[in-house]
Design a protein around this ligand. Structure first.
Ligand SMILES: [Zn+2]
Ligand SMILES: [Zn+2]
Length: 253
């Protein structure tokens, strides 16, 4: 899929809700944690599952506890090929094959064939593209590990959701800002800073501030050290993300 987005004319999503279904960081009591990431996006034209965590049964269990019906989901977006983001897909498709799966074009053919076995539709994403009203993919970025991130246009600014941010979290935010030419309300998901030095993390946080990022919700592979540093710099605009966390527009005022 290479289509360029049409000129933006809508005011943006009003009632966006992001529910973290799968994360290694705990948040809500009773919601299981395991290495990986998945979140549900509602309030947009289509209901979207972004990544599927590593374990299908755990994904479905958490969905049930969070009162999420798999068959209400229209679109599944996979950020990148790693098992902690794609591992739950098969179990999910057994519950609801009537979805379109957006994946980086570079995914192996075998993976795509397995999706087709369930009769789910596949959309290969190469460059920046529109997924549905106010929802966009950055396109597959990165050299070694190709990864796409999600951009949602809300009436308060852009929400950017990353899987592992292998192409570099600053690069992703920069690309999103450049494409959409809008302010950045929130960046959340895995920032991949677990083994990064304090100095480099500080520089990344400064870059976020310079790009005008208002809220951050680093999770998954961000690492405790980086999460603490983000919290320190962003203060009340730091959103604690973990399994079972629900982010709504009210929190982002
Ligand atoms: Zn990951
Ligand atoms: Zn990864």
């Amino acid at each position: 899929m290479n289509e360029q987005a049409e000129p933006i004319s809508t005011p943006g999503v009003n009632d966006l809700t992001i529910t973290v279904v799968y994360d290694n960081n705990p948040y809500k009591e009773g919601i299981e944690t395991a290495w990986g990431f998945s979140c549900l996006i509602t309030g947009t034209e289509k209901t979207i599952l972004f990544d599927t965590g590593g374990d299908g049964q755990l994904l479905l269990n958490n969905m049930k506890k969070l009162a999420i019906e798999p068959n209400t989901i229209d679109i599944v977006i996979l950020s990148h090929i790693h098992g902690d983001h794609t591992g739950g897909l098969n179990s999910f498709l057994q519950k609801n094959p009537d979805v379109t799966v957006y994946l980086p074009e570079s995914f192996p053919q075998k993976f795509k064939d397995d999706v087709k076995v369930h009769r789910a539709k596949i959309m290969d994403v190469n460059q920046y593209s529109k997924i549905c009203e106010d929802v966009y993919s950055t396109g597959q970025l990165g050299v070694w590990i190709k990864e796409q991130s999600l951009i949602i246009r809300t009436k308060k600014g852009l929400v950017i959701i990353t899987g592992c941010a292998h192409p570099g979290i600053v690069k992703i935010v920069d690309v999103a800002k450049d494409i959409m030419k809008d302010d950045i309300l929130l960046v959340m998901g895995g920032f991949h800073l677990e083994w990064v030095t304090k100095g480099k993390i500080e520089r990344i946080i400064s870059a976020f501030k310079q790009m005008g990022v208002r809220y951050v919700g680093p999770s998954h592979c961000t690492g405790e050290k980086a999460r603490a540093l983000f919290e320190k710099r962003f203060g009340s605009n730091y959103i604690k993300v973990g399994a079972g966390k629900v982010v709504t527009m009210e929190e982002l005022s």
